[in-house]
Design a protein around this ligand. Structure first.
Ligand code: MIG
Length: 763
């Protein structure tokens, strides 16, 4: 029945010659999987026997398994029950554990055991985590106890509500087949990582597993979360501490976000597809004429020759080098889509080389795995192999020679056009790190790594990827894929991005305006506003969508759209600084309000976000609405436009041209207003900041602090010359440097090169 429906649906959409390929693939896959795909058949764990200390770690011996416990005094715990495929996580150093009466202690924490499982407690005996003894058979399952009014977030890219509790999710990277909306599951990027917040205490659990899994978060049983894995290993980390430190520690295991180039944070325009060099030129010209900042423009799949990766269609893009030069002179970068599928076509170099060297993924009997995607039958490089990644990475040089500046990795779940069944690779396909069933969720990750490792030798790459796994920000940015165009979905994007943040992913964004559909001016403008501080600021749309360049909405709205894009560009120094800071600390840039407030009322605030610690955005998410309630985390906040100081819960007017943004008192924000201006938002306690400034591909550090009584200390890298300061919330009459006093106007003054200290004179 399901099969017939799928064939029917597919005939409606395509009804083309690909049908044969789809059917032939689906049959082949089913045949191979029926022979080679084996479910797990694991022994039960059995009774607990004894505990034993060995080197720095502790073993809990059970009848059939030995649980290895490793831990760090700062709240990182690792529990290893089985072996399994080698996954890309760092080997962190653990502390020496103490063992007394079957209780492990380290730092201020203890881990004890009874027939119900493992208990992690702090020094006051407060229970932080309770994990039941796992159950092994055809699946590996691990349950966790839910304590009370807990909040759950994470699992990668989830189109769920702010609290995932009460739902069941699958972790299997999956092409949403062209369009999805709220609650669609699974999507392109899944990670077995879950933040569990209760009673002020939080922990994050992360499973080293890249296979198929299901997570039941208090759906079947109100007081339990259960992870069900279809493949090994069963190894997990529990990380506790204050919330920011959790993400710092997590990034030590999965890797820190990379340092992107400054331009990548600017406005990007895309469409499926700009069809020729001439079209791209004319769009860029129009941006210029209208004075709208544009950082990059995209070429979607139609730029290729028969959808062959690393080629250009010579009718439409015969002059790419000239095109990229033309764009470059106007400060615009060209980004091209890249496919992980390689057309099966003897004579096509990429294909021939991979066949000759055995780089493609094969079935267990040694036959190459072929499946239809855009170029019809195609093969897939085994990106899990070092040599394959190196080979693939070097191919980007061809694109670079043509002046392409950034790369967009689509279809890397990997997506496959099937006639029936799962729209990805056969479970039995063999990869160097395991069978596809065990490492599926890493396919995109390793493709991104292939490009990153090569490109990063000579530059800071820009790689935008649809799929990925834990720690993906070390190689690529992620966008939320083929979302529908609707008010609901615009808001869903924020929640999905917040779940990605809760999964440790920092470089995120969405198709502004939604992928499938055509937003009216109001929805488009509100969407652009909601994304004002999303790391990725890109408009993209489907083939059949109406054109969506800024001027397409008519004269009446052009000014508003231009101002939003300009506002974004004025914040680029701050956004960039936060990105560098995130690459150092590992803490994602986009944050939910509940990170900053323990007030239970604030826990479920799902229509606001923070960018870093200091900026709060409260977008308008409903149609025809021109005001909203804003709930501010503790402290005083400045209205960005009026400098009015506000706190608590407020109502704000937001006509179509206005996006409510608040700045935390005590912070210092870097903006580009023709020159760099540091905006100081006064607080009774003084202000301070560490700001990373782009100095032509290098980062220059600037440390600034203002004491309560107005003494400024500033230290800056040698490439930073004079610095302009603007004060908010207090009247500054003048400044004294080396005994010389100067009166100033508009709270604005300059600190010249070489001056490290000065005194403010307040009214
Ligand atoms: O099967 O390249 O998510 O952004 O425009 C669809 C065409 C393939 C899916 C991506 C979308 C892109 C589209 N791609």
């Amino acid at each position: 029945m399901q099969l017939l429906e799928e064939i029917d649906g597919f005939l409606k959409t395509f009804g083309d010659g690909m049908l044969k390929d789809r059917i032939s693939y689906s049959l082949t896959r089913d045949r191979y999987d029926s022979i080679y795909y084996k479910k797990l058949n694991m022994k039960k764990i059995g009774r607990f026997l004894s505990a034993e200390k060995s080197n720095k770690y502790v073993y809990f011996h059970f009848e059939n398994y030995d649980l290895k416990v490793e831990a760090r005094g700062d709240g990182v715990f690792k529990f290893s029950w089985t072996d399994g495929p080698k996954l890309p996580v760092e080997n962190i150093e653990f502390d020496d554990l103490q063992l007394h009466d079957n209780t492990v202690s380290v730092g201020n924490y203890s881990i004890s055991l009874d027939e119900n499982g493992l208990y992690l407690k702090d020094q006051d005996g407060k229970l932080i985590y309770q994990g039941y003894i796992p159950d092994f058979n055809e699946v590996l399952s691990q349950s966790l106890r839910i304590f009370g009014d807990d909040l759950f977030s994470g699992l990668g890219e989830k189109a769920g509500p702010i609290n995932l509790r009460g739902h069941v999710y699958r972790l299997w990277n999956h092409d949403a087949k062209g369009s999805y909306g709220p609650d669609s599951d699974p999507l392109y990027l899944n990670i077995p990582v879950l933040l569990h917040l209760h009673d002020d205490v939080s922990y994050l659990i992360f499973f080293e597993n890249a296979g198929d899994a299901t997570v039941d978060i208090g759906f079947s049983r109100e007081d339990k979360v259960t992870f069900y894995f279809k493949s090994k290993p069963m190894v997990y980390y529990v990380i506790t501490g204050d919330i920011k430190s959790i993400y710092s520690k997590f990034s030590e295991i999965t890797g820190k976000p990379y340092r992107p180039p400054y331009w990548a944070f600017g406005f990007q325009q895309s469409r499926y597809s700009y069809m020729s060099s001439a079209e791209v030129r004319s769009i860029v010209d129009r941006f210029n004429e209208l004075g709208i900042p544009l950082s990059a423009i995209y070429l979607d799949i139609d730029y290729m020759d028969e959808f062959k990766v690393f080629t250009f269609n010579s009718d439409r893009f015969w002059d790419v080098k000239d095109l990229t030069k033309y764009l470059g002179e106007r400060g615009v970068r060209l980004i091209t889509i890249m496919e992980p599928n390689v057309k099966m076509e003897p004579g096509y170099t990429i294909y021939d080389e991979a066949v000759k060297n055995g780089y493609f993924i094969k079935y267990p009997d040694g036959n190459i795995f072929y499946a239809p995607v855009w170029p019809l039958m195609a093969a897939f490089p085994d990106f899990s192999r070092n040599d394959v990644r190196e080979w693939w990475g070097k191919k980007y040089d061809f694109m670079k020679k043509n002046g392409v500046s950034g790369f967009w990795h689509d279809m890397n779940e990997p997506a496959i056009f099937v006639a029936w069944g799962d729209n990805s690779m056969a479970l039995s396909a063999a990869q160097s790190n395991g069978s596809h069933s065990e490492v599926h969720n890493l396919f995109g990750y390793y493709m991104d790594k292939a490009a990153y490792d090569h490109l990063s030798k000579t530059e800071r790459p820009f790689i935008l990827s649809r799929s990925g796994w834990a720690g993906i920000s070390r190689y690529a940015w992620i966008w939320t894929g083929d979302t529908e165009t609707s008010w609901k979905e615009m808001k869903q994007n924020l929640l999905t991005i917040l779940h990605m943040s809760a999964s440790g992913i920092s470089l995120t964004g969405c198709d502004i305006g939604g992928f499938v559909g055509s937003p009216d001016a109001e929805l488009f403008i509100r969407w652009l506003q909601s994304a004002i501080f999303y790391p990725l600021f890109r408009v993209h749309s489907n083939k059949k969508s109406k054109r969506r360049e800024p001027w397409e909405f008519g004269e009446k709205y052009l000014g508003i759209i231009r101002d939003i894009i300009k506002l974004r560009h004025s914040f680029l120094p701050q956004i960039y600084s936060e990105a560098i800071s995130s690459s150092i600390t590992g803490i994602p840039m986009i944050r939910p309000v509940y990170w900053y407030s323990s007030n239970p009322d604030m826990l479920l605030v799902d229509d606001e976000y923070l960018f870093g610690d200091s900026i709060l955005v409260a977008p308008i998410f409903s149609e025809h609405s021109t005001s909203r309630i804003v709930k501010l985390p503790p402290g005083l906040w400045y209205n960005l436009y009026s400098d009015e100081k506000v706190f608590g819960e407020i109502k704000v007017e937001a006509p179509l041209n206005m996006i409510p943004i608040y700045i935390r008192s005590g912070s210092i924000i870097a903006r580009d207003e023709g020159k760099l201006i540091l905006h100081v938002f006064h607080s009774e306690e003084g202000e301070s900041a560490k700001i990373y400034i782009d100095a032509g591909g290098e980062d220059s550090e600037l440390d600034i602090s203002v004491s309560k009584d107005g003494k400024i200390n500033i230290h800056r890298g040698s490439s930073i010359k004079a610095v302009t300061i603007k004060f908010h919330g207090v009247y500054v009459k003048g400044i004294t440097i080396n005994g010389n006093t100067k009166y100033i106007e508009d709270n604005l003054f300059e600190i010249e090169e070489g001056v490290n200290e000065l005194q403010l004179i307040f009214q």
